[in-house]
Each structure stands twice: as C-alpha cells, then as structure tokens.
Design a protein around this ligand. Structure first.
Ligand code: 6CS
Ligand code: FE
Length: 307
C-alpha cells in the first residue's frame, strides 16, 4: 500500500462513519443516540410513546397532521412554483433524468414564504426539537414532485451517509420531516423504509466522483447499499411503505435506510422535506471529497430557528 493510501486509510479508520474509502461494504453499530431527550417524558409535540416508537423504528407517521385546507394551500404554492418558469430558472431545481420534468426544488424554506412558515410550524419543528433536544437549524429542504407517469425512483440510501461524506455532518443528530402533499398510494411510488435500519451504519464501497451531486440527485450510484446488506436489513426489519393521505407527516432519522419506486401512474406523489440538524452538529469539512457540496444542498451558515 502506498504511504498516502496508508494515511488516507488511517484517517478513514479514525472516522467511525467513514464510507466510500475502498471496495468494501461493512456494517457498523450506530454510536449516537436516536432520541436525545428523555423518552419517558412527553415533549412539546410528541408524546413519550411516540418518541419511544421513533427510537425503536427510526421513523414515525402522524396521520392527518395537516388539514385538507392547509394541504390545498401547500399545493397551490407548489403549482405556482411549478408554473413560474422565471422562478424555476432561478431556484435550485433538479430535473428528471429522462423527461426533464422538475424532480426536486431545493431550499424551499428560503424561496417560498408558504414553505418557510410550514418548516417552522410547531407540529414539525416541535417534533424535531423533541427528538434532537438542541437548538435547531435547517440543513436542507426540498420539494420532490415525483410527477405522474415520469417520476423516477430514489434508490435505497441512508441520508446521513451522504451528509457525512459529502457535506461534513459529523454525527447522527438530524431528522427529516416529510409532509405528504398528495395521497401516497402503493401504486405511485411512496416513501419506503426499513424499520430499525437506523441503528446500523452501512459503510459503502466505491469512491465519490467529483461534483457527484450533479448526478446523485437524479440517480444515486455511490453511497447505495449492496444487495446482500439490503436483504439482511429487510429480513431483520421488514419493509414499510408510507402509504398515507395527503396532510400526513413522516418523521425519519437521518440514518434510516429508505427509498421509493418510480411513478408510472397518472397521480403525482409530491412531498416536501425539511431536514433539521442540531446546532451542536454543524457541518465540518466533508469526510470524503475535498470540495463541499453547494449551499442549496447543505446549509453552511446555520442560524438557530425560532418557532
Ligand atoms: O443528497 C442528498 O442530500 C439528497 N438525496 C436523497 C436521495 N435524499 C436526501 C437528500 O435530499
Ligand atoms: Fe433521502
């Protein structure tokens, strides 16, 4: 082994969550808590039982967290944005690999007052606070359209593996909140999760290509699990699809293995996502590539949110 490979490897060995440093997949125990507050005490938005369920499963689904009127307002904003070509050309958008249709819009909490207000709603930020038990900031937000007929899949992955390697998120103290804007049916590519998978960190094989985000947000090819580990995880934890009505809230741990199938039905499967990170878990330099990803994907100047 060349001396620089030795140091590269020894640096990687010093990082308990190193990934994409060689051609090996390896499962490691999670070193961080899941719920950082007292799971026996009710929080500001979640009961003790809900916190215990989140700790056990790595996710929690709150049916009907938002009323149909509120959902109608969110969809009005979604359609306004999707129809405004000037807005789309300025906003950080990612298009579908084949059709060119809008796949995701990022930083929706910065470009839309409606979604900024939603991100700070106590039903969402309060739940994140109950789990992370720290001052919070928004690491990333996005609107996934998954349009009818053409919405492509999001292959299995742990968000934390990407946020650690490519953004420099040090530990597992972040939570995603997804609000379903359309009915998520088993036919139109709902979010699928592997319960309990958040407790195992999967170090992935491969190397992060330069400017990986330009490809990974359309089709993720590195930082994705191998079939053997995926099979083992699903045999252990099963598979749950968040097939719920619009207005439901899905909270999931940063390291939960999740993905979603493509959408060939006429019904769009649109969800918003807000990722809350603990202020004590602010980004360092990426643990993988030298260059950090652009700010629309990973907040580099965190400001504590008040809600
Ligand atoms: O790379 C990321 O940050 C994004 N990629 C996926 C598939 N999920 C998390 C996040 O939005
Ligand atoms: Fe994800």
């Amino acid at each position: 082994m060349r001396i620089e490979q030795f140091y590269e490897r020894s640096e990687a060995l010093a990082d308990p969550y190193s990934s994409r440093v060689d051609d090996q997949y390896e499962t490691r125990a999670r070193l961080d808590p899941v719920v950082y507050s007292d799971p026996l005490k009710d929080g500001m938005a979640l009961t003790a039982e809900q916190k215990q369920a989140f700790e056990r499963d790595g996710f929690l689904i709150l049916d009907g967290a938002f009323t149909q009127d509120e959902v109608a307002g969110f969809n009005q904003e979604l359609n306004r944005m999707a129809r405004d070509s000037e807005f789309l050309s300025a906003a950080p958008t990612i298009t579908e690999p084949l059709s060119g249709e809008v796949r995701s819009i990022f930083e929706i909490h910065k470009v839309s007052p409606v979604f900024e207000k939603l991100a700070l709603d106590r039903r969402i930020a309060g739940a994140a606070r109950d789990i992370l038990n720290d001052d919070l900031y928004i690491h990333q937000s996005r609107l996934n359209y998954k349009p009818g007929f053409k919405g492509k899949e999001f292959f299995w992955h742990s968000d934390f593996e990407t946020w650690h390697v490519e953004d420099g998120m040090p530990r597992m103290r972040a939570v995603s909140a997804s609000i379903l804007l359309t009915d998520n049916r088993y036919q139109n590519g709902p979010l699928m999760v592997i319960p309990g998978s958040h407790k195992t960190y999967l170090k992935c094989a491969g190397r992060t290509p330069d400017d990986n985000y330009k490809r990974s947000l359309k089709v993720q090819e590195v930082g994705v699990p191998d079939q053997e580990n995926l099979r083992r995880m699903t045999e252990k934890g099963g598979l749950v699809a968040a097939t719920r009505e619009a207005g439901s809230l899905v909270l999931f741990d940063c390291n939960l293995m999740h993905g979603s199938a493509g959408n060939i039905t006429p019904f769009p499967r649109s969800n918003t996502f807000f990722v809350f990170n603990a202020m004590s878990n602010q980004l360092m330099k990426p643990f993988g590539p030298e260059k950090a990803r652009p700010e629309f994907l990973a907040e580099q100047r965190p400001k504590k949110i008040s809600f």
